[in-house]
Design a protein around this ligand. Sequence first.
Ligand code: SF4
Ligand code: SF4
Length: 414
Amino acid sequence: MKNNQHLDTLHTPLGKRGLYDSVCFCNRCGMCAPLCPAYQNAPQESNSPRGRNQALRGVLEGKLKPRQVRAELLELLTSCTLCGRCQAVCPGQIPTAQHVLELRRTLQARLLPTLLFKLLRLRGTAPRLFSYLVHTGLWMRRLQGWSVLMYLPGFAWLKHLNKLLPARTPRPFKMSNQTRPTFIYLPSLEAQFFLPDIAQSAYQLLTKKHRVAVWENTACGLFEFVYGDLSRARRQLRALITRHQKTGKAKLPLVTDSIDVYHFLTQAPQLFEGYPTWQQKAQNLAACTRYIADYLPKKPAALKTISNPVLLMTSALFNNQSSAQEKSAQILRSLFKKNFVECGYKEPQVVPAGYGFIKGSRANAYNLQAVRTVARQQVQTVVVLSGLAALELGLSLRQFYPTARVCHIAKLNG
Ligand code: SF4
Ligand code: SF4
């Protein structure tokens, strides 16, 4: 690749732009600030999307020296949830979340605890070892082994993980690969290891009408894209694309239960700018990528067990207005009618990705914002679109608003 550590060209809704051009398109109008959850939480200019864009512009123009203002830049990076709400309302569709990721890469900021980062990276480099370690870890948790482990140096993140996971982690759901598949199911990390009920619902939904190949414990590049480096993200994407070609001549729909994975894969072609063959293949993969809500029946089995009213938390990595999110909202609108409340753009939203593990000062405040939204609407069921959102919001609700519960949209199927 021309540039291993940065995207040469960003694919924005208004066309392809180089990074510097993209940043310069920000005309500092400030329309994005009122809708940015980080800015709502701490209304300072540096915390607004405009402030983030100007900081990156300063770095690119050499006016800001990252070494001299590293602490301030890190604060700016860790407070952005990458939700993409700013882009959705920006007249120039400026992809501020992508700019923030570029700044992360410039600073080579490792935002996760070192041991957790290394462990999660194993999913891409040594999936069998990763699976073994996760299963051993969960087994130790059942035997109360974490109560000792979490006090060892480097393991403090286990405390948060312990709170995040259900009190008793259900046994994994066994999925089998069917011959001559017509569909591919790519379970997310959370659905496969921590919330197997999501994987079970998704798998049963798909196998009702299709022959399914299950790609368990498969890294798609999202983790490396957000926390690691671009060359590894590209490598994992290329492996996924090659496997997709071998499994069904690059024609089979690839279904995910995570809206974040969906957004990442549909935006994957921008990682291969300058390499037309791979970009074409990535475009094909993006065209084959589907979100699980597309396969919900008109009258899902679990409908009667869902408490009303129902709220959809629309926050997700990189994109707040994708067709998959809109389709999910439409499904809930038609199923729950007046009892459905969509979390609008003027409301604080669920933090999209692992903020409990990022060493930022805002994690708790963001989680409280999300709970406040739920409480204000007095909802009993909050529908989310990813396992990570289910885990994070589930913990916040257990702590602060236990009358409400979280339900992944695939679980409407029972
Ligand atoms: S990111 Fe968009 S909405 Fe925000 S200040 Fe820049 S141009 Fe205006
Ligand atoms: S991506 Fe979200 S948190 Fe980050 S600047 Fe935009 S609106 Fe704010």
